[in-house]
Design a protein around this ligand. Structure first.
Ligand code: SF4
Length: 459
């Protein structure tokens, strides 16, 4: 069985947890629906968002250079990293030069993508994730299972157990307010003692040279206001041309993510604090390859709202960790299959092609079409396993011959009812593991249609 299917099969074994996870995500999806309906021009906003992003990606070199020029004018030091390794080396060098021993970090999927935490920890720098969900998974040595709700896979009793073990909270006390206060007071110490703060970048504005970070907890502001050193890690697709364009995205982002009108903190950073230093590290890590691709370039338009995950029937029922990629769900599947096709060849198949992700995406990324295209490319480029390719070849042979389909259908309908169950439901029939073959009809659709037409003519 394919990798994702194995992980998903393990996840759905716990029926109660699977339904609980599904319900939790669906609740967020419904909140998104309600919030989007409060804006009559919602569809126009989505169109604007998609157009601004596509325009920017078409002129990415121009806008990145404009951003760099203006950021330098603002006193920001700009660095360029071609891949994850270079990003980590640059961040480490900045921290080492300032003799930093402790770094507080707000949520950044890019640093997860670059595996920055272990890189720095191996070099003696303590890294504290300050977003509550990220802190919970960090304390458990886990990775986020969702890009906006990193600990959505955990029940509050599990969080209580982790906090009891790591932060010394009362055993069994799973009151969310109590747990949040405990995390806040522990983090307060970290904010006060850290020598540097690192943030992600939600938007980088070319015409001002500033960056914007959206959080609901204010942790990014705390993390970069107390220490004198601020490092911002930014994927090169985060650029938008003008400050005025930001209004389109702030209206789309929070509503699409969790059904909020706006994130609680939309923080603008346009230079270092008094007496401090600010660095922006702009990372490629294969984004340029996406840009050059005809079929997958649109994936760069993503504003990381997570809506495609909340609506995806596969994600909701298989959990984020089943994807084994830093970004799960539909957008993660297309990114992963493009970056490492061999390793993530099962992800484009973790999709019903229902198109719900495309329908909710605030910047109209054609996610289901991309996943469908990946399936073909994986096959063409020899990235699928031999068994799958063999069965696909047989299906292609049959589907290209309508007469053969008619014949096999006829024979199948006649003999199937007499085949013993043992022969149908065996280890080679993965499909039949969780499904029963439906009762077979007497006629095929074609035969029924022909019969209907004949009956009509006889009347
Ligand atoms: S692909 Fe669209 S829906 Fe999914 S996270 Fe990105 S912006 Fe949101």
């Amino acid at each position: 069985m394919a990798k994702h299917a194995i992980n998903a099969a393990a996840y759905v074994k716990n029926d109660e947890r699977m339904h609980w996870h599904d319900k939790a995500l669906w609740f967020v999806r419904e909140k998104r629906d309600k919030a989007s309906k409060t804006i009559p021009e919602w569809e126009e906003l989505r169109t604007f968002g998609a157009l601004i992003k596509s325009h920017t990606m078409n002129k990415l070199d121009y806008y990145l250079e404009e951003f760099e020029k203006n950021a330098i004018k603002n006193g920001i030091k700009v660095h360029w990293a071609k891949d994850a390794q270079e990003h980590n080396e640059i961040v480490y060098k900045i921290l080492k030069d300032k003799n930093v021993k402790k770094l507080v970090k707000s949520k950044s999927m890019l640093t997860e993508e670059c595996h920055l935490n272990p890189y720095l920890e191996n070099r003696g720098i303590e890294v504290i994730d300050t977003d509550l969900g990220e802190r919970i998974v960090q304390l458990r040595n886990e990775t986020p299972s969702h890009i906006v709700l990193p600990a959505i896979h955990l029940k509050r009793q599990e969080v209580a157990d982790t906090f009891h073990e790591k932060l010394g909270t009362e055993k069994g006390n799973d009151d969310p307010t109590y747990l949040t206060r405990a995390a806040r007071s522990a983090l307060r110490e970290d904010f006060l003692s850290a020598e540097a703060g690192l943030t992600g970048v939600n938007f980088a504005i070319a015409n001002t040279g500033g960056i914007v970070v959206c959080t609901n907890e204010g942790n990014a502001d705390m993390g970069v206001s107390l220490p004198k050193l601020h490092i911002a890690s930014m994927g090169m697709e985060k650029i938008i041309p003008r400050l005025i364009d930001l209004s389109v995205f702030t209206r789309l982002l929070a509503r699409s993510a969790i059904g909020q009108p706006i994130t609680s903190y939309t923080s603008h950073f346009h230079g270092p604090i008094d007496g401090g230093d600010m660095h922006v590290v702009i990372v490629d890590n294969k984004r340029a390859e996406f840009l050059a691709s005809k079929d997958y370039a649109k994936a760069l338009n993503c504003i990381r709202c997570g809506a495609c995950m909340n609506t995806c029937p596969i994600y909701r029922r298989s959990g984020g960790h089943s994807y084994e990629y830093v970004i799960p769900g539909p957008i993660g599947s297309t990114l992963a299959a493009f970056k490492e096709p061999k390793k993530h060849n099962s992800l484009p198949f973790a999709c019903t092609l229902c198109g719900s992700c495309t329908n909710v995406c605030p910047v109209k990324i054609d996610l289901d079409s991309q996943l469908y295209k990946h399936r073909q490319d994986l096959g063409k480029n020899g990235h699928l396993d031999k068994k799958k390719m063999f069965s696909m070849k047989i299906m292609t042979y049959v589907f290209e011959r309508p007469k053969l389909i008619d014949f096999l259908g006829k024979v199948g309908r006649k003999i199937m009812p007499y085949i013993p169950n043992k022969l149908i439901y065996n280890k080679f029939n993965i499909w039949g593991k969780t499904r029963d073959i439906p009762e077979l009809p007497q006629y095929s659709f074609k035969e029924l249609y022909k019969k209907m037409k004949e009956d009509e003519n006889d009347k």
